[in-house]
Write a protein that binds this ligand. Sequence first.
Ligand code: NAD
Length: 430
Amino acid sequence: MVKKAHEAHPVEPTNATVCKTCNTHLLKIVSELKIPFEELSILQQPRRVINVNFPVRLDSGKVKIFEGYRVQYSHARGPSKGGIRFHPKVDIEEIKMLAFLMSLKCAIIDIPYGGAKGGLVIDPKLYSKDELERISRAFIQEISNFIGPDLDIPAPDVNTTSQTMAWMLDEYEAIRGRKSPGTITGKPTELGGSQGRLYSTSLGGAIVLREYIKKKRLNRVRLKIAIQGFGNVGFHLARILREWKYKIVAVSDSKGAIYNPNGLDIQKVNEHKERRGDFRGFKGGKYITNEQLLELPVDVLIPAALEDTIHKGNADKIKAKLVLEMANSPITPEADEILQKRRISVIPDILANSGGVLVSYFEWVQNTQNYYWNEEEVNARLEKSMVKAFDDVYEASVKEGVSMRSAAFGIAIKRIIDAEKLRGHINERK
Ligand code: NAD
C-alpha cells in the first residue's frame, strides 16, 4: 500500500522535516487511512521558521548573544499557538517537531488554531531573575512582528513560567503601545490568565481516561494505576483521580518511585515529597526504581514525565493493559509497534494532554472578549470539549479498525488538510 502510493505521488513523507517519531507515525497513518501523499505535502514542513540571535547585557556588565527560534508550523485553521521553552539543548529540529504536534493537538480538540513552538538556547539556572527578565523581553523584541492575538500566540513550556509570560506580554504591549492580553496565554490571573489553567492538562487526561473506562465498561474501583512523574501534570492527575476514587498504586519522580498495591494516599505522598524532596522514607508504600514502576502489574500506566520512556528495550515488559500518554512522545515508534502487537491500548499524547492548550484557548477567548469565567465555567467547557474529542477518536478507531493514535493523527491531519483545501492550497482530487 505504502509503496503503491509512493509510486502514484512524487512527494514522500520520508522527506518531511517533522521528526522521525512523527514521520514514522505519519507514514503508517497515511497508509492505514489512505490519505494521498500529495495532500500531505503542505504538512511536511513548517510554514514559517524564525531564527534570531540577539544581545543582552548581563549583571556582570558583559554582553552575551542568545539564539532563539519560533516555528509556526501551520496557520490553516487559525493563528498559530504553542509554548516557548528555555533549555540548553533546544534545537531547531525538535522545535519543528513540537510545532507540528501542536498543530495536530489543536485540530484534535477542534480549536481554531494552527500550531507553533518557540525555544531559546539557554540554561536558565545560570542566570539571575533580572537577567532572565531582560532575556525574555529581548526575545520578544526580536519576534514581536510575528506574534499577536490574530497571528501567533506563545505560552509557557519547559522552564518558562507565568512570570516569564508576564514579562513577555508587558514587553509586547510596550512595543505596540496598547493592551493586548490575547497575545500570550499562561499569564498570571492578575494579567488575564484563566482560572483552572494550572491543572487543566491533568483534568483533561483524567476525563479522557474516565471516558475510555466507560466505553470499555471497566470496573473503575478495581483498576490499578501507576503514574510516572510527580510534577505539574503527574501530581494533579494523581490528585484528581484519587478525588474521583481511582486507586493509584505507584508514583515516581526523577529519583525513584513509591508503590503500594492497595493504593497510595496521594495527599500524604505529596506532603512527604514537599517535606523531604523525594519519596524515600514514605511509610505508606515500598520504595522502588523508576524502571520497576513501568513494569508493575497494573491496569493503567501513565507516563507523565519524559519523552521516549517506553522503548524497544522495555516495551515487552509492560504489564499494563492501557497506556495514557500524558507526557509528549513517551513511547518510541518501535515500542508503539510492540505494544500494539501485544494488544496494549494507547491513548495518544495529542489527545490525552490537550487539556492544557484547550484552556489556553479559553484564556485567549476571555481576553479577546474582555469577559472572564469562573473556575466551574472553565472546567465545564473543558469537560465538554475533551469528551467530544475522545468520542471522535474512539469512534474513528473502531470504525477504521486502527489504533487510537492512528485515528487521532488521521482526524487532525484531515481537519488541517480540509482547511488548506478550502484556502485553495491543495490540488483537488480528480
Ligand atoms: P514537570 O517538570 O513539572 O514534572 C516532571 C516530573 O517528572 C517531575 O516530577 C520529575 O521529577 C519527573 N521525572 C523526571 N525524570 C524522571 C524519570 N526518569 N522517571 C520518573 N520521573 C521523572 O513537568 P510537567 O509540566 O508535569 O510535564 C510533564 C510532561 O507532560 C512533559 O512531557 C510535558 O511536555 C508534558 N506536557 C505538559 C503540559 C503542561 O500543561 N504542563 C501540557 C502538555 C504536555
